[in-house]
Every structure is written in C-alpha cells, then in structure tokens.
Design a protein around this ligand. Structure first.
Ligand SMILES: NC(=O)c1ccc[n+]([C@@H]2O[C@H](COP(=O)([O-])OP(=O)(O)OC[C@H]3O[C@@H](n4cnc5c(N)ncnc54)[C@H](OP(=O)(O)O)[C@@H]3O)[C@@H](O)[C@H]2O)c1
Length: 259
C-alpha cells in the first residue's frame, strides 16, 4: 500500500483525483489550502510530521493566466516559493514529489508538438513562474516527477472551458471562440489516470509530458463540445484580441518518454 498526499485538493485536478481514488488500495490524504498552505513551510512540515507519505502530488498552483500578469508576486509565491517549500519537506521526509506544470513554458514557435527535450521560453508571467518552479525541482528535489500538461478541462466539474461552452450552448447563446491558438486539450480525468499509473509503475524520475492526443484550437474544442451534446447553436471562429497575457499560438504536447 502506498501513501499519497495531495495538495491543492479542492481544485480541478485535486477533486478529480479524489473522485478516482475512491476504492483505491492505496492510502490517499487530500489537503485543501485550509489544511495545508504550501506558501507556509510550517504548515507543510507540521502535516508531514504527523503522517508518513511515499508520494506528494502537488495540485496547488496559481493558475489564473491573466491575473498573473498583474499579481506577479502572488503567482511567484505559489508557483515558485510554494514549490520550494514542498521540495524541502519532501527531501527531508523522503517523499517523491509529483508536480504538475504547463505547455505555457513554451513560446509556440515550433511547428510540431513539443517534447520533453525542447527548449523553454515562456511568454507570460504564469508560464515564467511555472518554469521557475520546474527549475527548482530539477535542481534540488531528490526524487521527483514533473508532469507538463495542457488545456485541462473537466466534463463533470464546474467553472472550466467545457462547462462554460456547454452552459452557453444550452442557453442558445451564439458562441465566438478563438481559432488562432492551437494545443492539445486534456480531459483532467485522463491526467488523473496517468498520475495513478506513475505511482503504480514508478518510472525513472524526471520530466514527462502528458496530454490527450488530438491537436485543435479552442474553436475546434467548442465545436466538438456542441456537437457531442447535439446542440444547434452557431460557433464562430475569432482571433485573439491584443492586451493581457500573451499565449503561445501553438503548444501541443507530445511525449518521447512512454512507460
Ligand atoms: N487548468 C489548466 O488548463 C492547466 C493547464 C496546464 C497545466 N495546469 C497545471 O495543473 C495543475 C492543476 O491545475 P488545476 O486546473 O487543478 O488548478 P485549480 O483548479 O486552479 O486548482 C489549484 C488549487 O490550488 C489551491 N491553492 C491556492 N493557493 C494555495 C496555497 N497557498 N496552498 C495550497 N493550495 C492552494 C487552490 O485553492 P483555492 O480554490 O482555495 O484557491 C485550488 O484549489 C496546476 O499546477 C496548473 O498549473 C493547469
């Protein structure tokens, strides 16, 4: 039996892991921000003193891409300093850290999907903070997996791209969606399944990409959602408006490290 601690447990990925862990033979402990604030090193160590863990899946992050442009310190506090706190605690307690990162560490100039060995060059503050977190883990963590994923959505949880499009379409609202950003949208349930496999198989430590395979734009994804639910609303392609966070125009992920 493995013992797994999940931080940021009330977010999209944390909630999905919680759902999928029901009936697991392993021992899962889920901590929301109130139980463990990763920006407070004492909060982490006092929790890890009380119980022993084999793995820590870090689902806690500053994920608001637009907000990070102005809340640079807040993004740094969570995506860099919070990660440093977790690395220190995991090293101390011999816990393997599974950390989630993003396709936004890339600049989008490549013409084929990004693999683990491609050079990074984030365009926005969110991507920069996530990359700094990655670098710290690679330099300091004794045992770790960094899993880069992209365009997470959930078919069952609220407040994400899938539910927003579906709700509007159900209300008969016409949709206008950007067609000039291309990626690999990833069902968060599939990412959770991948993390379960990692914990089970324990491949070589290091950096891995995981996303669903289909390459598409946000517009293509919206069309697919509307079609899946046999709704009739028109979906119109649009282009990204200026201002705000700059996003890579092409950031599909591919893994050269299957296990
Ligand atoms: N969403 C995407 O499209 C996407 C794409 C690529 C990679 N990722 C990465 O995937 C991971 C999971 O993303 P997600 O979509 O599940 O994010 P999410 O829904 O925004 O969840 C993040 C969680 O972190 C919690 N949190 C905030 N501050 C905290 C603190 N100081 N201590 C502990 N927890 C704290 C939040 O709690 P509150 O709810 O209380 O704020 C929230 O529950 C992140 O690392 C993200 O960067 C996401």
């Amino acid at each position: 039996m493995k013992r797994i601690l999940v931080t940021g447990a009330n977010g999209q990925l944390g909630t999905t892991l919680k759902q999928q862990s029901l009936g697991s033979e392993d021992r899962w402990v889920f901590c929301g921000r109130n139980e463990m604030d990763i920006t407070d090193s004492h909060s982490i160590t006092s929790f890890m003193e009380k119980q022993s863990f084999d793995f820590c899946i870090n689902c806690a992050a500053y994920t608001h891409v637009e907000g990070a442009e102005t809340e640079i310190d807040a993004a740094h506090a969570l995506n860099v300093e919070g990660v440093k706190n977790l690395v220190a605690a995991c090293n101390e307690k011999q816990v393997t850290l599974l950390h989630i990162s993003t396709d936004y560490v890339f600049d989008g100039t490549k013409k084929t999907p990004y693999v683990e060995t491609d050079p990074t060059a984030p365009l926005n503050q969110y991507g920069k903070s996530k990359l700094q977190g990655e670098h710290h883990i690679q330099q300091k963590a004794k045992s770790f997996y960094i899993i880069r994923t992209s365009w997470l959505y959930s078919k069952t949880l609220g407040a994400n791209f899938y539910s927003a499009i579906l709700n509007k379409a159900k209300n008969g609202e016409p949709l206008m969606v950007v067609n000039d950003q291309v990626g690999t949208p990833t069902n968060v349930a599939h990412l959770a399944g991948f993390l379960f496999q990692m914990i089970k198989k324990e491949p070589e430590y290091g950096l891995y990409h995981f996303s669903d395979e289909q390459i598409m734009s946000w517009y293509d994804l919206a069309v697919a959602i509307v079609k899946e639910h046999q709704l009739e609303v028109p979906v119109t392609p649009s282009t990204t408006s200026g201002g705000g966070a700059v996003r890579p125009i092409y950031s599909p992920l591919f893994s050269n490290k299957p296990f």
